[in-house]
Design a protein around this ligand. Structure first.
Ligand code: PEP
Length: 254
C-alpha cells in the first residue's frame, strides 16, 4: 500500500547554520516522537543538502530532497545543478513543478516532462506539483488544468517509472496565503487525480501512488486533511521552517 509522506519545502529560507539547527531539532523529535511508518522529507536549498544528508544518516524515517534539478545530464549551464549531483550526495527526492517555479521561472509542462525524465534516470523520486490558480478555479477550469498538468508533465512515463513519483496537489491560491483548501475541496481533487491514474495506468498503480496536499497546511488543519481517503500526507512550506510545527504535522500519522 502507498506510503504516507510529509515533506517540507524550505524554499529560499534559512541560512546554513539556521538550517542545520532546525534540521537537528527535526531529526531528534522524529526519533523520539514518530511511531508510525510515515516518512519525513526535508527539501532544503542546495547549500544545506549535503550536510543534512550526513546528519540524517541512521535515521530511517527522515529523507532529504532538492527543490529543483536541471533537465540536462551535465554541461555548460552556469548556476544550475544536475540530478546526478543530487543523487551523488545521497538525497532521495526532487520537487519539480512547484507553482513558484512555474510562475517565476517560466517552467512549462513540456520542460517539466524533461526534468522528470532526467530525475528518474538518476534514480531520484520526483515530487511533482500540480494545482490551479484562483482565477482558474473561479472559471471552473480546475479539473482541466490538473488533467493537462498530468498528461503533459508525467503521463508519457511507463507504469514502472510513474510508480516512482509522488504527486503533490497544491492549489496556487492556498500556497503561503493562510487560506487552506477545505478537506472536501482537497479530497475531490485527490480522488480525481487517482481516477486519472487508474484510467491511464491501472487501479494497482493508482492505489500505490502517494498524493500529497500542499497549501497553508499546519498542525491544526492537517488532521482533518490527512483523514481524507485520498490524501496521503502533505507538502509543507511555511510550517516546515519551525521544527515543532513540522514534526507535529508528521505525527498526524502516528
Ligand atoms: C509550498 O510552497 O509547497 C507550500 C505548500 O507552502 P505553504 O505551506 O507555506 O502554503
Amino acid at each position: 500500500m502507498r506510503k504516507k509522506i510529509v515533506a517540507g519545502n524550505w524554499k529560499m529560507n534559512l541560512d546554513y547554520n539556521e538550517g542545520l539547527g532546525v534540521f537537528s531539532e527535526i531529526i531528534n523529535m522524529v526519533k523520539d516522537e514518530v511511531t508510525g511508518t510515515q516518512e519525513a522529507v526535508i527539501c532544503s536549498p542546495f547549500i544545506h543538502l549535503h550536510s543534512l544528508v550526513q546528519l540524517a544518516k541512521g535515521y530511517t524515517k527522515v529523507s532529504l530532497g532538492a527543490q529543483n534539478a536541471h533537465q540536462a545530464e551535465s554541461g555548460a549551464y552556469t548556476g544550475e545543478t544536475s540530478a546526478k549531483m543530487i543523487k551523488s550526495i545521497g538525497a532521495a527526492y526532487v520537487i519539480l513543478g512547484h507553482s513558484e517555479r512555474r510562475q517565476y521561472f517560466g517552467e512549462t509542462n513540456e520542460l517539466l516532462a524533461k526534468k522528470i525524465d532526467t530525475v528518474l534516470a538518476n534514480d531520484l523520486r520526483p515530487i511533482f506539483c500540480i494545482g490551479e490558480t484562483l482565477q482558474e478555479r473561479e472559471a471552473n477550469q480546475h479539473f482541466d488544468i490538473i488533467k493537462s498538468q498530468l498528461v503533459e508533465g508525467v503521463f508519457h512515463l511507463d507504469a514502472a517509472h510513474f510508480s516512482k513519483l509522488v504527486i503533490a496537489y497544491e492549489p496556487v491560491w492556498a500556497i503561503g496565503t493562510g487560506v487552506t483548501a477545505s478537506s472536501e475541496q482537497a479530497q475531490e481533487i485527490h480522488a480525481f487525480i487517482r481516477k486519472e491514474i487508474v484510467a491511464k495506468y491501472s487501479q494497482e498503480v493508482a492505489d500505490n501512488t502517494t498524493i500529497l496536499y500542499g497549501g497553508s497546511c499546519n498542525p491544526k488543519n492537517a488532521p482533518e486533511l490527512f483523514a481524507q481517503p485520498d490524501i496521503d500526507g502533505g507538502l509543507i512550506g511555511g510550517a516546515s521552517l519551525k521544527s515543532r510545527d513540522f514534526v507535529d504535522i508528521v505525527k498526524v500519522f502516528n
